[in-house]
Write a protein that binds this ligand. Structure first.
Ligand code: 13P
Ligand code: ZN
Length: 269
């Protein structure tokens, strides 16, 4: 058996978590990551037939039966993930009926997966329906996105359009827009399912007064999406209330859309 601590996926998730921590998006245990792996990727590093523990789920995910995920642990600090992966991460396989998970490696202090596991699995489930290459869900607390939800209406179209107006790249990186959920109590199956619904046709979701979650085919892609939304929100927070603003108007945005041959959400431009 090869040493899992030397695998690419453990290094990648540790590096991503460290970058997020340094950007100030993941204070204390704030945020969580799930990374779907294939059986072929997992097999060289651990005995897939040996269940260390069974971890419960509050709702069943039969669509994800047999799928493998590397998931950050609940209460674990992002700054520590690359320092002690075995304590801060868990490698799981969803049971054949989708009602629980087999822990195959990790959570070595007796811990369990993130309290947002239902949102993560719900997001994977929905994104896989439209993107067969979907692999990553990243949840974070980016300061400017959360700040913006304090002063801006929780309206997806207006929130998205304002971000698009902040810098040229925004409409290029998220032409389908940003989903927004009103404030809810988090860390439960209810917010998980409300989020999953949004992920049926969005790759990124803002939770008002809480944070933001991005999905994608790779850690880089999901991270890049979060970075771009946070950049738009940072510019907005820098300029709001400081006099008249230019903004990239609809005519200018249409020029970008044409130049980059982008498909924008219908009726949002
Ligand atoms: P966990 O520590 O359970 O991952 O929760 C952190 C968080 O961001 C909750 O929304
Ligand atoms: Zn959170």
């Amino acid at each position: 058996m090869q040493d899992i601590l030397k695998s690419n996926f453990i290094k990648e998730i540790g590096d991503t978590a460290a970058n997020m921590y340094r950007l100030g998006w993941n204070e204390r245990n704030g945020g969580n990551i799930s990374y779907m792996l294939t059986k072929e990727e997992v097999e060289p590093y651990c005995d897939i037939n040996k269940t260390i523990r069974k971890l419960p789920l509050d709702i069943a995910f039969p669509e994800l039966a047999g799928k493998y995920f590397l998931v950050t642990g609940t209460g674990k600090y992002f700054k520590n993930i690359s320092i002690d992966p075995e304590k801060n991460l868990g490698l799981i396989r969803i049971s054949d009926d989708g009602t629980f998970s087999h822990l195959l490696w990790g959570y070595s202090d007796g811990g369990t997966y993130t309290s947002e596991i239902h949102m993560h699995l719900g997001a994977h489930m929905q994104r896989l329906k439209t993107d067969p290459n979907q692999r990553v869900v990243i949840h974070a607390h980016p300061t400017n996105v959360v700040s913006m939800t304090h002063i801006f209406p929780w309206d997806e179209r207006e929130f998205t359009r304002t971000l698009w107006q902040m810098c040229t790249e925004c409409i290029v990186i998220f032409p389908e827009g940003v989903a927004v959920l009103p404030w809810m109590v988090s860390s439960n199956a209810k917010i998980g399912m409300a989020s999953a619904e949004k992920f049926s046709d969005f790759r990124i979701l803002v939770w008002a007064l809480h944070g933001c979650t991005a999905t994608g085919d790779s850690l880089d892609e999901a991270f890049g999406l979060l970075e771009t939304v946070e950049k738009g929100a940072e510019i907005y927070m820098n300029i709001v209330g400081k006099g008249e603003r230019h903004g990239i108007d609809d005519e200018m945005l249409k020029g970008v859309v044409e130049a980059f041959n982008i498909k924008v959400r219908d009726g949002w431009l």
